[in-house]
Design a protein around this ligand. Structure first.
Ligand code: BTN
Length: 321
């Protein structure tokens, strides 16, 4: 059910810059004019610019540049992804919140945080998450074996890449969980799984995108070979519009993941891969391998031609080049 707050926002948007009286709003929503005033004050406190003229009523002048659920939901073209949104101005890590919510949450529920104070990356590393980025986690309940969970990371890496390309960025996938723009990292994906023996109970897909921020907002020791969308594009993007597009791409790929052979998704990933052909070092938990990437297998493993000429299939690791 829609909240009264979102109904008011929608009514303003439908009015398209024309004034609506408090009386009209009250009637449409089935609430008193005093309640309308309260909601309007709440919206103004949250950064919605609303003017009021005597006898005419209220006009919505501008919406805040934040990832408010009402903004994401208005115009969202998905049926599952983002239907339920938990929003935080500031929190530790969206993945941690999502993991707590997951047992009782509906599939496709997302947790959006404007600024993470304890953002986490892969391999226990810190993830800088200042204001202006897009930091969110999605709860999924796929019927897959634990061993297939890493395929979801690749799948959603493809979704991020496609959404970025639609926004005009030259985006490519760096195996296994990064997305690059102009050869530099703008996005990392942290997939966390809760499983009983080999059956997956839920998966949390944490996606971090360096969007409307500058590289200077990231502590030097965490910058590596990173960049931000604003630095690459020379201007800020509309984060709401981008997240709507991304959620749509994610839902499409998830449907494909659930209904089609994975090799179909892999074919597309291969065409958008930045890693194939590169001379790399792959860090694995117990060793390091070096060589040239000659492909990615149908199941998503990296095919590395080692310096001794052998071709090795690497399922998981950190790829450095
Ligand atoms: C990586 O490249 O190491 C993965 C980075 C993942 C960052 C995202 S931001 C949203 C979600 N919450 C977290 O704490 N981490 C992920």
């Amino acid at each position: 059910m829609k909240s009264k707050r979102s109904e008011i926002i929608n009514a303003f948007k439908a009015a398209n810059g024309k004034a609506i009286s408090g009386e009209e709003l009250g009637k449409e929503l089935g609430i008193s004019r005093t309640m309308v005033c309260k909601y309007i004050k709440g919206l103004k406190d949250d950064g919605y610019e609303i003017s009021s003229a005597p006898k005419k009523g209220y006009v919505l002048k501008s919406v805040p540049k934040l990832l408010y659920p009402e903004e994401i939901l208005s115009g969202l073209k998905t049926t599952l992804f983002g239907k339920n949104i938990h929003y935080y101005d500031e929190a530790g890590s969206s993945n941690d919140i999502a993991k707590k919510l997951a047992p009782t949450a509906e599939e496709g529920t997302i947790v959006v945080v404007e600024q993470q104070t304890g953002g986490r990356g892969r391999l226990g590393r810190q993830w800088a998450s200042p204001k202006g980025g897009i930091w969110f986690s999605t709860i999924l309940k796929p019927r897959i074996a634990l061993s297939a969970a890493s395929r979801l990371t690749l799948t959603f890496g493809l979704s991020v890449t496609k959404a970025l390309r639609e926004f005009g960025f030259d985006a490519k996938i760096k195996w296994p969980n990064d997305v690059l723009v102009n050869g530099k990292k703008v996005c990392g994906i942290l997939t966390e799984v809760d499983a009983e023996i080999d059956t997956v109970e839920f998966v949390v897909i944490g996606i971090g995108i360096n969007a409307n921020m500058s590289l200077k907002d990231i502590p030097e020791e965490l910058r590596e070979n990173s960049t931000t969308l604003r630095d690459e594009g020379g201007k800020s993007i509309d984060r709401v519009e981008f997240l709507q597009k991304l959620l749509f791409e994610m839902e499409q790929e998830y449907i494909r993941f659930s209904t089609r052979p994975f090799s179909e998704i892999m074919e597309e990933i291969i065409t958008l891969s930045d890693t194939i052909g590169r001379e790399v070092t792959v860090n694995m938990p117990n060793r390091i391998a070096e060589g040239t990437v000659v492909g990615i297998s149908k199941t998503g493993a990296l095919l590395l031609k080692r310096t001794d000429g052998e071709i090795e299939e690497i399922i998981a690791g950190r790829c450095i080049y």
